[in-house]
Design a protein around this ligand. Structure first.
Ligand SMILES: O=C(O)CCC(=O)C(=O)O
Length: 287
């Protein structure tokens, strides 16, 4: 995957050669049959993915995009001409599609490129009359995040965020409270209601993320992530013969023992890689 990113970054900076273009042409488009979860826009289909005992409402879908689909999306994103806009204060770059968001609604409306239309079909909105019409692509180098913020009233309050290439911890905060979600490559996070209107969301400006674990008798008994049981990380731990050995052998992980903590026995540091997120929303059209 890293090689693919470096290749696409290089392509963005230099003119792509014929052979590179042929490589890109060989990457398959997202096909309906490759999609793991069937989306028929009924809320009850989403309920198994809702994070329980958290705030209303956060949904987490692991592995919604395959590695191949993520590579395809990376290629599409890095081959869009003149789309990146630098945000020097935030140290990120963004690409925006669909139009400009204004108080009066969406203006300068433009159709999505095909890869975003395909991704929109995987999204959910709570009103079948509304369509995803706005996309924001964020590029995060390791060490870069996004400050806690509300998305605000200009968007319909239903957010779909796809993650590509790196994990990170996504935080919902309200005064002194903080809820942590592990957001993994290929996943989709959807949030609405209180999670949209009352809790700020953001990602720390860290090079790595730390999660706390209670490991006993080769089982994880506790973890400080609200979506722990919904993650690919959890599924992999369930399959591991020896959890400690498994965690010690992962290339981007560092497992440390914690002494004298009444809840957790270990901390796990997960190194961040370059991460791309694609945020898809509906913005009312201007009258
Ligand atoms: O990159 C992410 O996962 C979060 C993006 C976000 O919060 C935003 O675009 O408002």
């Amino acid at each position: 995957m890293f090689k693919a990113i470096m290749k696409t970054v290089k392509q963005e900076k230099t003119k792509s050669s014929l052979s590179e273009q042929q490589d890109i042409a060989q990457i398959p488009k997202i096909q309906e049959k490759q999609i793991i979860i069937e989306f028929n826009r009924q809320i009850f289909d989403y309920l198994p993915y809702q994070i329980p005992n958290a705030i209303d409402s956060i949904f987490y879908f692991k592995e919604i995009l395959t590695n191949q689909q993520q590579e395809f999306l990376m290629n599409e994103i890095y081959n869009q001409p003149k789309r990146w806009v630098d945000l020097p204060h935030s140290q990120r770059r963004v690409q925006k599609y669909g139009g400009d968001v204004r108080d009066e609604g969406l203006i300068n409306v433009e159709p999505f490129p095909q890869f975003l239309s395909q991704l929109s079909n995987l999204c959910f909105l709570d009103d079948n009359n509304l369509k995803i019409n706005h996309a924001l692509i964020n590029e995060y180098a390791p060490g870069i995040g996004i400050h806690p913020h509300f998305d605000g009233p200009l968007y319909h309050n239903f957010v779909n965020i796809f993650s590509i290439n790196s994990t990170c911890i996504f935080k919902f905060t309200k005064q002194n409270e903080c809820l942590k979600l592990l957001v993994e490559p290929g996943s989709l996070i959807i949030f609405t209601k209180q999670a949209y209107t009352e809790w700020l969301h953001g990602i720390d400006y860290y090079h790595d993320d730390t999660i706390l674990l209670q490991i006993q008798d080769n089982q994880i008994c506790n973890c400080d992530l609200i979506n722990f049981k919904h993650t690919l990380f959890y599924s992999n731990l369930q399959k591991a013969h020896n959890i400690i050995d498994y965690l010690n052998n992962q290339p981007n992980y560092e497992l440390c023992q914690i002494q004298n903590h009444n809840q957790f026995t270990h901390s796990l540091i997960i190194r961040r890689l370059l991460r791309i997120s694609i945020t898809l929303r509906h913005v009312p059209y201007s009258k």
